[in-house]
Design a protein around this ligand. Structure first.
Ligand code: ADP
Length: 315
C-alpha cells in the first residue's frame, strides 16, 4: 500500500470565543498526491490546514492524533516547517524589495547558503515564469505574478509538502491554469500538495481526493470523479425562467418527467437531473428555446445536494 504523508484522527478546534471551527474530522493523504479541502467561507478549511503545520493548536491533544510525515505539529512544529512550504491566503510579500530579494531573504530563513540560494532562486523564477521580473518591485507586479512569487518562495527549500491556501482566489482564468500546471508538475516530482479552495473547478482539476466541509464537519470525501459518479446524476437541465413551465400545463409534473428524471426547485430556477441527457432534451423541447441549459453535473451540484447550500455562500 502507498505510504501516507498525513494521517489525521478525529481532530477538533474551538476558538476562545466559542467558535467551533473544526469538529471531529479524520482523513489520510497518501504521499505524492494532492488533497483538496473544499467548502464555503467559514467551513473550517484554513483552521484545519493550520493545525497540520502547527499555526493553530488542536484541542484534546492527547485523545487525537495528527501525523505529518511522522511528526506531530504540536510538538514538532519546527521539523514540519522544514519539510513544508506554505502559501498563505494573503501574499505577505515585502513590498519594498524586488522579486529576487524577497526570495533571498526567505532563503536565509531556511538556512540556505548564498551559493546554493542563488541558483535555486534563478531556477524557481524560471519555473514560475517570473525570470523577466527578477528586478521588479513587488508593488509593480500583477496579482497573478505576486501569487506566483509566493509559490516560488514556498518552494525554496524543496518541500515534500506544499500547502496552498486559496492559491488562485481573485486571479484570472489564464493565471489559474498556469498555477494548476505548476502544481501538477510538482506532484509529478513527488511533492504532496494540500489545497484549500472554494472553486470546485480547481479541486476537480488538480486534487486526487477532496474533503468537502461545511460548518466544521466533513460532508463528503473521496476522489472527485468517483464522488460525482456515485453521488449525483451525470446531467442536469436548468430552467432559468421557471414561470415558462407553468405555461406548459402538466408537462413538468412529477408523473410526466420520464423515468430517471429528478426535479429540484430552487429560489430562481428549477433543475432536472438525469443520467440520460436525451431525456432532458425531450423536456427542454417542451419549453421556448433559450430558457433551458443542459450541462454535466459538477461538485457544486453535489455539495448543494448534500447540504442544501451553495459552495460560495458567504456566511
Ligand atoms: P475557511 O477557511 O473554510 O473559510 P476558517 O477556518 O477560516 O474557515 O474559519 C472557520 C470558522 O472559525 C469561522 O467561523 C471563522 O470565523 C472562525 N475563526 C477562524 N479563525 C478564528 C480565530 N482566530 N478566532 C476566532 N474564530 C476564528
Amino acid at each position: 500500500m502507498d505510504k501516507n504523508a498525513i494521517e489525521v484522527d478525529r481532530i477538533f478546534k474551538t476558538y476562545a470565543d466559542g467558535t467551533a471551527a473544526v469538529n471531529d474530522v479524520s482523513f489520510r493523504i497518501p504521499e505524492g498526491t494532492c488533497f483538496g479541502f473544499l467548502g464555503p467561507n467559514g467551513a473550517g478549511k484554513t483552521t484545519l490546514m493550520k493545525m497540520l503545520y502547527g499555526m493553530v493548536r488542536r484541542d484534546r491533544r492527547d485523545e487525537t492524533r495528527v501525523s505529518v510525515f511522522g511528526f506531530d505539529p504540536v510538538c514538532d512544529e519546527l521539523a514540519i516547517k522544514h519539510l513544508a512550504g506554505v502559501v498563505p491566503q494573503d501574499n505577505n510579500l515585502d513590498a519594498e524589495m524586488n522579486v529576487s530579494a524577497n526570495l533571498f531573504i526567505y532563503s536565509k530563513f531556511y538556512g540556505l547558503p548564498a551559493k546554493e540560494a542563488r541558483p535555486r532562486i534563478a531556477e524557481l523564477l524560471d519555473f514560475m515564469e517570473l525570470k523577466e521580473k527578477s528586478k521588479a518591485k513587488v508593488n509593480d507586479l500583477s496579482g497573478g505574478m505576486k501569487r506566483r512569487l509566493v509559490i516560488a518562495r514556498a518552494l525554496l527549500n524543496r518541500p515534500r509538502l506544499l500547502i496552498l491556501d486559496e492559491p488562485t482566489t481573485g486571479l484570472d482564468p489564464q493565471v489559474r491554469q498556469v498555477i494548476w500546471d505548476k502544481v501538477r508538475s510538482l506532484k509529478k516530482e513527488g511533492a504532496t500538495v494540500l489545497l484549500t479552495t472554494h472553486y470546485m473547478e480547481e479541486a476537480y482539476q488538480i486534487a486526487d481526493a477532496i474533503i468537502i466541509m461545511d460548518k466544521g464537519t466533513r460532508v463528503i470525501e473521496g476522489a472527485p470523479r468517483e464522488l460525482l459518479a456515485k453521488g449525483i446524476e451525470s446531467w442536469v437541465m436548468e430552467v432559468l425562467d421557471p414561470e415558462t413551465m407553468s405555461m406548459s400545463g402538466e408537462a413538468f409534473s412529477e408523473g410526466s418527467l420520464g423515468p430517471g428524471v429528478r426535479r429540484e426547485d430552487g429560489d430562481s430556477r428549477a433543475q432536472f437531473f438525469s443520467d440520460h441527457p436525451e431525456a432532458l432534451r425531450v423536456l427542454a423541447s417542451r419549453l421556448p428555446s433559450g430558457v433551458t441549459h443542459v450541462r454535466p453535473t459538477n461538485l457544486e451540484d453535489l455539495f448543494l445536494r448534500a447540504t442544501g447550500r451553495q459552495l460560495n455562500d458567504i456566511q
